[in-house]
Write a protein that binds this ligand. Structure first.
Ligand code: SIN
Length: 300
């Protein structure tokens, strides 16, 4: 029996990856089938794809902070056609349900992506990334409840598959954005994406990152993420996937106690690609000893 159901999709446990923080195709190349036997996550969320291929932002793309990092990656990807032809056949081999993350520069683009990805049987759910801080337009649909509702309403009829809306912490009221997403037909929300940040080159005083600004992640943002997850979970009925600097089972349990149904591991996987597996084991031990919701059978 699955440990839980997320939007009707059975999962063996509550630990996912944050989109773009674990390259399962490269890991398969490095570790071969051993990756499938010890896959670190209970569902896999793809790197965000866009309609057209993207090179991403110019380097440098990363800056280490005392408790995490700033990324300015800029959504490099093969585009929809490249994803369907090259990446999807690799990702369907993973031993867990597949969530495909999509991002559009307009509502119509988002709808095209949802329709094309949603019709693939191999895809269990879609995540709408309305929260990337690293694209040159500066457009972050998810910063505004009304914009988020319009986006979800536009794409809702394109697929019957569960839609997870990835929320930004760079919003005045993330719970209002979550409620707007729910009202427009979202099946779940995930949060937080990164907090907007910046680093300066100590030699020149100019922005270090090629994209000038980036997204801060890791332990530095965990307390902020936890508060936002609690606020959102208190406002919506749909499941919440919590993330933001989780590096241990204890911290994952905090997010579940705050109201998350599942958690996602992001920056910690850069330090230790097997972190998801360790955190899931720590969480299961903790849940057994505390009898929390994390290991109880549930359907949401
Ligand atoms: C990126 O590719 O810039 C990160 C993706 C995101 O923040 O959503």
């Amino acid at each position: 029996m699955a440990a839980l159901e997320l939007c009707g999709v059975p999962l063996r446990g509550p630990v996912l990856n944050g989109s773009g923080t674990f390259d399962a195709i490269a890991a398969r190349r490095a570790f071969g089938d051993a990756l499938f036997e010890r896959f670190p996550f209970d569902a896999f969320v793809s790197k965000t794809i866009t309609l057209e291929p993207r090179q991403g932002n110019p380097p440098p793309r990363l800056w280490e902070t005392p408790a995490g990092m700033i990324n300015s990656i800029g959504l490099p990807n093969r585009g929809l056609e490249g994803f369907l032809a090259c990446d999807l056949p690799e990702l369907v081999r993973l031993p867990v349900p597949l969530v495909v993350s999509v991002m559009g520069f307009s509502r119509d683009e988002l709808a095209q992506l949802v329709a094309a990805v949603g019709e693939r049987d191999e895809v269990a759910m879609l995540e709408l990334n309305v929260s990337c801080p690293n694209v040159e337009t500066g457009l972050v649909m998810g910063a505004d409840p009304a914009e988020t509702a319009l986006a979800v309403e536009r794409v809702r009829s394109e697929t019957a598959k569960p839609l997870v809306v990835k929320l930004t912490p760079n919003a005045t009221d993330p719970a209002a954005v979550a409620a707007a997403a729910e009202g427009a037909g979202a099946d779940a929300v995930s949060l937080v994406n990164t907090l907007k940040g910046m680093a300066l080159d100590p030699e020149t005083g100019e922005p270090w990152l090629g994209g000038r600004t980036g997204g801060v992640s890791g332990p530095a943002i965990r307390a902020i993420a936890l508060e936002q997850v609690a606020a959102v979970a208190g406002r919506v009925e749909i499941p919440v996937i919590g993330m933001g600097g989780i590096a241990s089972g204890r911290q994952a349990a905090d997010f579940i106690d705050a109201g998350a149904t599942a958690v996602a591991i992001g920056t910690e996987s850069f330090r230790d690609p097997a972190a998801g597996r360790r955190i899931a084991a720590e969480l299961a031990d903790l849940s057994l000893s505390r009898g929390t919701r994390a290991t109880s059978s549930m359907t949401v």
